[in-house]
Design a protein around this ligand. Structure first.
Ligand code: EPU
Length: 432
């Protein structure tokens, strides 16, 4: 069993380079299924979600070659079936993008219901299916498998009842080769939506409006394989910004798009953190003794990201005064709060709202990472806590953060990953 061990109290100092965006890469990789050709994708983060997506695509017949650690060559010429019977698909949410891509290429798909982080019950796909249906597909759920098929996909107007990243992606993929024009209203505006649209347009698609709440997809007959580079990861960058603030450090974060980080930058400045912005980097530092409490509400982009909610909560748990964090995207994303409480945080949760009474110091404890961003929050808490924090169930963290241990160590953190022998009598920790 692997765990992360942190001796807290070190201020993070130095430079860190951000990897490619997980949530863009997990959309662009299945999007390559739209063509029968070869695509080369650069700036792919080296994380377990990508390994899993590549395994699923390989089982479907795609030939995937790692050109180097962060570049993949994906040859989809031998993908002939629209039926995906691979069990792995249930382990990640984004695997469901394969449905939109197969529907776009073969006019049909049969794909298992997706998995992913659990934020309070089953994550719905009604808006994905609403979109496919509007394009003329028949959709039915049978034995945990979603079947979609159509004689011919025809562009249509689709108003999303909720702003959904996943539904926006899936509808874009299905609509790219449909007849006529598809209009997605109330579309998600996240940077990864724009990145996917740019990728599709480079392949020969005609997508406009990505980044606004109305996306128009004019169907095209043919797409081509291309070389494309994924944007930097907004949430990985935000996580290092918050970690720098929580440890009262001084960190320069390279390979970022500052525009994508505006809501995080604005909130950290309100808390009293200093931020200097350059074209592709940010310096984040604290030059005062006390930060200032604040309220945060998460919203779809350009609002404060829900994927930064656990990390900012960890930071605010050591800021004097009462802060309120409201979750505006997911029904239940405060499951990790009981882990922060083990570390001495004083947080009460009422539905979609957490009330934080800042304490002076957190104390190291043994905690478990219930999901990816919660894991990042526990690392943040461990970095600024007194004593030793042991984080269990770290596979969640490795789903989305490339080399997080090495990156934090290079910033001066006292953090390591250890492997424990599962046999308790023989439980010798081996530092990696
Ligand atoms: N929703 C519906 N019906 C649907 C789809 C979504 O009601 O058909 C609701 C959800 O229940 C939720 C809201 O709409 O309340 C937003 O869900 P969305 O579809 O936008 O989420 P997602 O596409 O499943 C992506 C990210 C998540 C991120 C959310 C919100 C990927 C692979 N995942 O999920 O990222 O939290 O958007 O920004 O892009 C993470 O990276 O840690 C992560 C969980």
């Amino acid at each position: 069993m692997e765990k992360i061990i942190i001796s807290g109290g070190k201020k993070l100092k130095g430079d860190v380079t951000i990897s490619g965006a997980k949530n863009a890469a997990v959309a662009v990789i299945p999007a390559t299924l739209l063509v029968s050709d070869i695509c080369r994708i650069e700036n792919i983060p080296s994380i377990s979600d990508i390994t899993l997506m590549c395994k699923i695509m390989s089982e479907m017949g795609a030939n995937i070659r790692m050109v180097n650690k962060n570049t993949l060559e994906i040859d989809t010429r031998k993908v002939a079936s629209a039926v995906v019977s691979c069990d792995l698909i249930r382990n990640m949410r984004a695997s469901f993008y394969i449905t939109g891509a197969l529907l776009g290429r073969f006019s049909k798909a049969a794909v298992s219901l997706p998995g992913g982080c659990n934020f309070g019950g089953i994550r719905p796909i009604d808006q994905h299916l609403k979109g496919f249906t509007a394009l003329g597909a028949n959709c039915k759920l049978d034995g945990g498998v979603v079947h979609v098929s159509s004689e011919k996909l025809i562009g249509n107007n689709i108003y999303l009842d909720v702003v959904s990243v996943g539904a926006t992606v899936n509808i874009m993929l299905a609509a790219v080769k449909a007849d006529g024009c598809t209009v997605i209203e109330n579309a998600a505006k996240e940077p990864h939506i724009v990145d996917l649209a740019n990728f599709l347009n480079c392949m020969g698609a005609n997508v406009c409006g990505a980044g606004t709440d109305i996306i128009k997809v004019h169907g095209v007959k043919k797409l081509n394989g291309i070389t494309y580079s994924i944007i930097p990861d907004q949430i990985e960058a935000g996580t290092y910004m918050v970690a720098a603030a929580a440890t009262k450090g001084d960190v320069t974060i390279n390979n970022v798009t500052p525009k994508h980080l505006e809501s995080i930058t604005a909130k950290l400045e309100e808390i009293g953190v200093s931020i200097e912005e350059k074209d592709e980097s940010l310096r984040v530092y604290v030059n005062k003794d006390h930060l200032i409490r604040c309220n945060v509400k998460t919203l779809p982009y350009p609002g404060f990201p829900t994927d930064m909610q656990p990390q900012i909560t960890a930071l605010l748990s050591t800021v004097n005064g009462t802060s309120i964090v409201s979750e505006g995207v997911w029904d239940n994303r405060f499951g990790y709060v009981e882990e922060l409480r083990r570390m001495g945080a004083q947080i009460s949760v009422d539905g979609k709202m957490a009330v934080i009474e800042g304490v002076q110091r957190l104390k190291g404890a043994t905690v478990r990472a219930p999901d990816l961003r919660a894991g990042a929050a526990l690392i943040t808490a461990g970095l600024c806590a007194d004593g030793t924090t042991i984080i269990e169930e770290i596979s969640h963290i490795e789903r989305g953060y490339e080399n997080i241990i090495e990156k934090l160590r290079s910033l001066g953190a006292n953090i390591k990953k250890v492997t424990f022998d599962d046999d308790p009598i023989n439980s010798v920790a081996k530092a990696l």
